[in-house]
Design a protein around this ligand. Sequence first.
Ligand SMILES: NC(=O)c1ccc[n+]([C@@H]2O[C@H](COP(=O)([O-])OP(=O)(O)OC[C@H]3O[C@@H](n4cnc5c(N)ncnc54)[C@H](O)[C@@H]3O)[C@@H](O)[C@H]2O)c1
Length: 289
Amino acid sequence: MSNETILAKLFSEFPQTSSRTKRSGPLAPGVAFITGGARGLGNAIAVSFARDGARGVVIVDINQDTLNEGKKIVESYGTKCLAIQADVTKEEDIERAVAEAAKEFGRIDYAANFAGILGPMDQTSELPLEGFQKVMAVNCTGVYLSTKHELRQMMKQDSIEVEEGRVEQRGSIVNCASINSGMALPGTLPYTTAKHAVLGITRTAALEARSQGIRVNAVSPGFFLTDLLKPVVGTVVPMAFYDACETRQGRAAKFEEVGDVVVLLSGPRMSLVNGANLPIDGGFTINEA
Ligand SMILES: NC(=O)c1ccc[n+]([C@@H]2O[C@H](COP(=O)([O-])OP(=O)(O)OC[C@H]3O[C@@H](n4cnc5c(N)ncnc54)[C@H](O)[C@@H]3O)[C@@H](O)[C@H]2O)c1
């Protein structure tokens, strides 16, 4: 048998392309569930899902006022939006939020866990225990509880429709880490510790869930001037330092640049991407300057 015949035989037994049809239709036709979805990066994710054709978007947040605003923004794209007030640090709250989402839309296809706080920026020697515990509760325990209950829902459901020959996907979870998941800055011990921990949650859950057709990944945004950072930039964090961070990032970033990445990462065409931590930082972390 010639080399060409052997290759042709191998290719026919293990085709590298699943389908010969051209792609069309929305990128994200399923149901999205976003914690911290009322404003900032979480709301940008909700908007991206709406723009990419999600049939339902659920935003979960502790703040009822911003939830109302965030819901209006998502609905302005003609997408049904369910806003649920819940505290991600409370297991009964997140369990209820997942149940309400499933009751309304039947399933959760794409979860994004973006509820987070910055917390105190004291030096470690001066850091109050309650400040550390508060940040760990929201940014670490909240991500664990959200991942836990999202997984439970996803494990109950069938795959979303995937293109012919494609690996099935019962769900995707994207957890919010940060460049602080791999780097540190003086005065950020609780935040940096919690963001490192998000990788532990993500990687462990990713290995457990892959046999269930569920992927769990993290993203690490760089610098976005959201309401999380606004109170400290120009005060605790000198404006010149923030500007230098943006310079290292290449430029100022738009919130939608996180929203769009999360949509892309959540789709079944990312089938072999699991347990990853994707920087969304314009090259900040690989920049020596
Ligand atoms: N802004 C940045 O530069 C940046 C960089 C890297 C990572 N992040 C992360 O992005 C995520 C979103 O932050 P953001 O910058 O959009 O800030 P943000 O303050 O605008 O959004 C955070 C949201 O989380 C909600 N939230 C806080 N505690 C909660 C709780 N206990 N239960 C439910 N919801 C709660 C807030 O109400 C708010 O709507 C956070 O996890 C943050 O750590 C932000």
